[in-house]
Design a protein around this ligand. Structure first.
Ligand code: ADP
Ligand code: ADP
Length: 228
């Protein structure tokens, strides 16, 4: 599903944030990406949704080579990918319903289908009853649940999450993880960068550790592995 081959990324300022990354992630896997600040986790994640382009190497996602993907094709590619951020990135003037419906409206799905699908994913994240509220009327955990609903409304095969629990308290973080587990159980591949040791060591999945732009550890059912 996701293949990186000799991926190298040098930013214009000279920083090498990916230095020969090779990785293969299969359909249905759940992968944590861990490592100290500045290790290159975000760069690794951003290259998967073509927020950053590799300087060298190939990145294949579901058969698409992102290194060669034309700029004009990026929006179409992203529709098949769910992306979740630490800071939610919801549209503040739109209701919960509208934030989730947006992705289906741009691809001109029928109003009937949109309504059914939006309520279905809001139900999955437990927010059906708050569909008419605005993001500012919700807690952080609820906002993250809306952003998860938005990310899966198109039924993507792959979900990418960069520190999705980074702004949330522990209890809320566990709720978010329960939703991720449910989405993964239904067959979606999940790649999640995280600093949350508790979660990584409790809900065991594959762990890829990055340091200095390189994968230094890649273990099935791995642990977080850093002190402090
Ligand atoms: P992490 O997510 O593990 O904290 P990042 O991928 O954000 O790591 O950063 C890896 C390295 O690349 C760091 O040294 C960071 O300062 C640098 N970096 C990240 N983004 C940029 C950018 N847009 N321009 C220049 N350097 C960057
Ligand atoms: P029905 O066709 O089943 O009567 P309703 O129009 O009563 O459906 O809506 C069912 C639920 O869907 C409502 O409780 C509401 O929260 C949600 N809903 C439907 N459309 C919207 C919308 N445009 N904005 C916000 N919520 C909506």
């Amino acid at each position: 599903m996701i293949e990186m081959e000799d991926v190298y990324k040098k930013y214009p300022n000279g920083v090498v944030a990916a230095n020969g990354i090779n990785v293969s992630i299969k359909q249905g896997e759940f992968v944590y990406v861990v490592g100290p600040s500045g290790a290159g986790k975000s760069t690794f994640i951003k290259m998967m949704y073509r927020e950053e382009k590799p300087s060298k190497g190939a990145i294949m996602i579901d058969g698409v080579n992102l290194a060669k993907l034309k700029e004009s094709k990026v929006p179409i590619f992203r529709r098949n990918l769910g992306v979740v951020f630490q800071d939610f990135k919801l549209l503040p003037k739109l209701t919960v319903y509208e934030n989730v419906a947006f992705a289906l409206e741009v691809i001109e799905e029928s109003p009937k289908y949109i309504k059914k699908r939006v309520m279905e994913v809001l139900d999955l994240v437990g927010l059906k009853h708050k569909s008419r509220m605005l993001p500012t009327e919700l807690s952080g955990g609820e906002q993250q649940r809306v952003s998860i609903a938005r990310s899966i409304v198109n039924s993507p095969k792959v979900m990418i999450a960069d520190e999705p629990t980074g702004n949330l308290d522990p209890e809320t973080s566990w709720e978010i993880m329960r939703i991720f587990e449910e989405i993964n159980t239904r067959g979606t591949t999940i790649v999640m960068a995280t600093h949350n040791r508790e979660i990584v060591n409790t809900i065991r999945h594959r762990v890829i550790a990055i340091e200095n732009g390189q994968i230094i550890r890649d273990e099935q059912r791995g642990d977080y592995g850093y002190e402090s």
